[in-house]
Design a protein around this ligand. Sequence first.
Ligand SMILES: [Zn+2]
Ligand SMILES: [Zn+2]
Length: 166
Amino acid sequence: MRSPVDRLRAAGMRVTPARLAVLQELPVGVHRSVDEIATAVRRTLGAVSLQAVYNVLDALAGAGLVRRIEPLGHPARYESRVSDNHHHLVCRVCGAIADVDCAVGVVPCLSPADAAGYLVDEAEVTYWGLCPQCQNHRRPSADHGGTTAGPTEKHHVPARGEGGDR
Ligand SMILES: [Zn+2]
Ligand SMILES: [Zn+2]
């Protein structure tokens, strides 16, 4: 991937220390929240307000240099891997995010059964589950029985359409 300076120039954006610092804190494959980015940027730039970081991210997202991911129930994350239509694995418990290069196979249904006349050029898939770390935490252990029931339990899958089926 090109350097942050090159990416900013290619997008027609002025190169500023804040923009550079934010891009540098988002290497490919990394998905960070605004808080995490702000903390990292402050290490290089000193005092930077959260609002300033938001503004930089908004500008970068508007120019297509970063992508915002909003997993339900977890803070939004930003990444610099853009325009390749990759997908995400999201951990239900800790919100960890991993990239998935390509969704393959019939399930989960990348092609709409009926595109209703739309010209489709992108499919955004979010795979929800448990990251390896959280799976380890949930292994039954001698004195750790008090955790809330989680999606690892086979009989705890989300309820089927309530009332909708005949
Ligand atoms: Zn996790
Ligand atoms: Zn990603």
